[in-house]
Design a protein around this ligand. Structure first.
Ligand SMILES: *Cc1c(COP(=O)(O)O)cnc(C)c1O
Length: 368
């Protein structure tokens, strides 16, 4: 029954066979070789973020990306602090959910899904409530595919002297982010997004002084970012069982990112995939939700053609049986679906899926 397909989703995504093959070995967790792999990963993540060990450090955390975001929010926002969350999609809303669950002092500022958060409104919110100490935002809001204007928002937030937390889950390594220059204090991503590893852990690149200052603030044992750092920083040993197979696969994925030419080359491939995808699907009658200036290079939300008669599930099954998994829309009233173009996805895949969708539309003509 198993029919292989590639993933046109925003993670987990299609990985190379060589990355998958790394997982055929059951590594011992307290072994020195294994601990060195962890330490090397942490160093390389800093380099990808343009950060130096003198000022920054990378902490790996078991679990999916949300565990990393929850670890940061619940570890660095203390009882005397107050967090401002900017939300223009499901992942911003999820940070609000995390804050509510942990009873963190916070305010959630909502923005329309189709636009990057308005920096003037952010500046105003920071002026009006001087008790705000931290601001959290999403870089690539996977809900729509928008790439929020991180440089402008970061400038406003740093000018106001606030600690900046960024969920860069679906953009880190797919879009170049100069973490120290932007003044990002904590940035979170995970193993199974643009670095093209498999699911199993998230990582946080932290400003050392800000991380030091969070000591004793964590509301959770397992997600205590400071304790995780202190444990791991000694010699690379994870506090609790580490996802060994995912870690080995990730180390290989980092090698393959280098082989491709680093972030500039990967970002260029993703951007080219994305442009071609939008051009091909627009020709078929699908319309991208976002204006080109706000569309990110990772995932695209498309509106169905005018007068269409099919349901997402029909299109999904049709495309899947021909070798690709596509993604439903999220949070929007309009009929939409999404296509990711990250992972081991190349021009030929984009042309394939466009041709499959063209056949599908021929079989399912719109009503005039
Ligand atoms: C993937 C993603 C997450 C994390 O989701 P998990 O399902 O926990 O891995 C968080 N934020 C954004 C923007 C994402 O794309």
């Amino acid at each position: 029954m198993f029919h292989p397909y590639k993933l046109l989703t925003p993670g987990p995504l299609t990985t190379t066979d060589t990355v998958k093959r790394e997982m055929l070995f059951d590594h011992c967790t307290w072994d020195d070789d294994y601990k060195r792999i962890t330490q090397r990963i942490r160093k390389r993540l800093l380099a990808l973020a343009h950060a130096s060990e003198a000022t920054h450090t990378a902490v790996l955390m078991q679990g999916s990306g949300t565990f990393g975001v929850e670890a940061v929010l619940t570890s660095v926002v203390g009882p005397e602090d107050k967090l401002l969350i900017l939300a223009n999609g499901a992942y911003g809303e999820r940070m609000g959910d995390i804050a509510r669950h942990a009873a963190l002092p916070h305010t959630l500022l909502s923005f329309p899904l189709e636009h990057s958060p308005d920096p003037d409104r952010v500046a105003q919110a920071l002026r009006e409530d001087p008790t705000l100490t931290h601001v959290a935002l999403v870089h690539s809001e996977t809900t729509t595919g928008i790439l929020n204007d991180l440089p402008t928002l970061a400038r406003v937030i740093k000018e106001a002297g606030k600690t900046l937390i960024v969920d860069a889950m679906s953009s880190f390594a797919g879009v170049d982010i100069d973490v120290p220059t932007l003044g990002i204090d904590f940035i979170v991503s995970s193993a199974n997004k643009c670095i093209q590893g498999v699911p199993g852990f998230s990582f946080v690149i932290c400003d050392r002084r800000k991380l030091e200052a969070s000591k004793g603030k964590a509301r959770s044992l397992a997600l205590d970012l400071y304790d995780q750092w202190k444990g791991m920083d000694k010699d690379g040993k994870w506090r609790f069982t580490s996802p060994t197979h995912a870690v080995l696969a990730f180390a290989k994925a980092l090698d393959e990112l280098d082989d491709e030419g680093g972030i500039p080359a990967r970002a260029a491939r993703y951007r080219a995939n994305n442009r071609l995808l939008i051009r091909k699907l627009t020709d078929l009658g699908f319309r991208p939700l976002l204006a080109p200036a706000e569309q990110g290079p990772i995932i695209t939300t498309f509106l169905y053609p005018e007068g269409h008669t099919f349901a997402f599930q029909e299109m999904y099954a049709y495309v899947k049986s021909r070798g690709y998994a596509i993604y439903p829309g999220k949070l929007l009233d309009a009929d939409t679906f999404r296509l990711g173009n990250i992972g081991e996805i190349y021009e030929a895949d984009i042309l394939n899926v466009a041709s499959i969708l063209s056949d599908f539309l021929t079989d399912h003509p719109s009503e005039k």
